[in-house]
Design a protein around this ligand. Structure first.
Ligand SMILES: Cc1cc2nc3c(=O)[nH]c(=O)nc-3n(C[C@H](O)[C@H](O)[C@H](O)COP(=O)(O)O)c2cc1C
Length: 185
């Protein structure tokens, strides 16, 4: 079994997207659907500017506010676009609450990020809107929009997505982050 490193890197304002990233990483790590691979997934905030080239595959996600990804996620995507394009890549946007999902429009950045990064897949995942965690201005926006509140995150769906990603992984041509050949024992 060869080790296969997956970076799960996200931007989150109030923590719920970070928790989605952690659950996705748990679902990917050791996933038996990744034939012949020992998958190790790590969660790193985009603010820490993780280097995609140190990993074999990447999942990049952001919470959505006002229809857009958080600026830190957009900046990271732009700054590391060529490295991200060189890896198997999946994107996710976390935001809509309720049934039917509100808002129902696709976040504006999905099309831009898809064009920029050519991911293998892109998902919009239900999020969490917890009024007690919001600032005054955010609460005012949510009230004005009559947005539904609560925790709509779909843990079973996330686990299924982890299985889907894992099943599509194939051994990398060169192992990410491995030392130069002269240093190998
Ligand atoms: C002021 C405000 C604006 C929001 N705008 C959107 C939006 O345009 N689209 C969307 O899908 N979700 C929107 N949301 C919902 C958040 O994306 C959702 O609560 C998300 O799970 C928050 O992630 P975080 O906890 O990682 O910051 C908004 C939430 C707030 C408070």
């Amino acid at each position: 079994m060869s080790t296969y490193r997956v970076l799960v890197t996200v931007a989150s304002r109030h923590g719920s997207t970070r928790e989605l990233a952690a659950a996705l990483a748990r679902g990917l790590t050791g996933n038996p659907a990744a034939t012949g691979l020992d998958v190790i997934a790590s969660v790193v905030p985009v603010e820490q500017h993780p280097d995609p080239l140190r990993y074999d595959a990447v999942v990049l996600g952001s919470a959505v506010y006002g229809g857009c990804w958080l600026p830190a996620a957009r900046e990271y995507a732009t700054a590391t676009a060529s490295a991200l394009r060189s890896r198997p890549l999946w994107l996710f946007s976390s935001g809509p609450i309720g049934s039917p999902p509100f808002p129902d429009a696709e976040p504006y950045d999905v099309a831009t990020m898809t064009a920029l990064l050519a991911p293998r897949g892109s998902r919009v995942l239900p999020g969490r809107l917890e009024p007690a965690l919001l600032g005054f201005a955010e609460r005012a926006v949510v009230t004005a929009m009559r947005a539904p509140v609560g925790d709509a995150r779909d843990w079973a769906g996330l686990r299924a997505w982890a299985d889907e990603i894992a099943s599509s992984l194939t051994p990398a041509r060169t192992s990410a982050g491995s030392p130069p050949s002269g240093l190998r024992s």
